[in-house]
Structures are given as C-alpha cells and as structure tokens.
Design a protein around this ligand. Structure first.
Ligand SMILES: [Zn+2]
Length: 141
C-alpha cells in the first residue's frame, strides 16, 4: 500500500526567524478523512504533549479538543511541532495549515521557528510523516 501522505517539497526563508513551507500530497481517499478514536488514543499515548498544543484552527483552543476533526496535513503540522519544541528551549514554534486543493489532497503547511532549529526541521518533517503514515497503515475511518 502506498503512503497516505507524502512531502512534495520544502522551502525555507530566513530573516530573523525561519519560515518553512511544506507542500504535501495526501491520497485522495485520505483528503477528507480523520483519525479513528483508536488511532487518536494510540497517537496521544505515544505523544501526550500533542493534546496541550495551542491551536488556532477554527478558533483558539487546544489541539486535544480538535484532533478528532483535524485533517491529515493539520495533524502532520502538530506532529512536526511536537518534535521541534522538545529542542527549542521554550522558543515558540508556530504553524498554519491550509488546503490548496482538498479534493486532490494538496495542502501547505507553514512553520515559523527560531533559526537555531533549522538543522532539525528536515528530520522532524520526515519522522512526523513516517509516524502518521504508520498510524494510518491500519485503516482510515
Ligand atoms: Zn492546529
């Protein structure tokens, strides 16, 4: 089975902070799917800090309240951030996810992070995509 989500490209812009733009492709089947309650449980067991992320998608709140309705690209954004904040010494890492073409599964994730985290981004992105694909390998609901 092919991966549900794939990173198409990564670009960086650095001024005083770094903005990293990722272009993503999900499978068409995955474009309007969400994690099942069992998958959410599994993910939060592995990454308990995920639930406490603040999240502005559809109003300010905690990601734990939004995870059941989160798109796969939005999940990826938070999985990347979760990896980066453990290395950021308290500096904020923020992200925004937007569909570019939801029916085709095309989305963009933009991350704003301190320049010091730049060397860690690529690995964080790869690992987060792998983690999400592994989680989805069972099935989508
Ligand atoms: Zn969010």
């Amino acid at each position: 089975m092919s991966a549900e989500l794939e990173i198409l490209s990564m670009e960086y812009q650095t001024v005083d902070q770094t903005v990293c733009s990722l272009l993503l492709q999900t499978s068409q089947a995955a474009a309007d799917r969400h994690l099942s309650p069992a998958q959410i449980h599994q993910l939060l067991q592995a990454r308990p800090t995920l639930a406490a992320h603040s999240c502005r998608q559809q109003g300010l709140g905690q990601f734990g309240e939004k995870i059941a309705q989160a798109s796969l690209p939005h999940l990826l954004e938070h999985l990347i951030i979760d990896r980066l904040v453990t290395k950021s010494n308290g500096t904020l890492v923020a992200g925004v996810t937007r569909w570019q073409n939801q029916p085709q599964g095309r989305a963009q994730v933009r991350l704003r992070l301190p320049v010091s985290l730049l060397p860690a981004v690529e690995n964080a992105v790869r690992q987060a995509a792998q983690e999400l694909n592994d989680l989805l390998a069972d099935r989508l609901c």
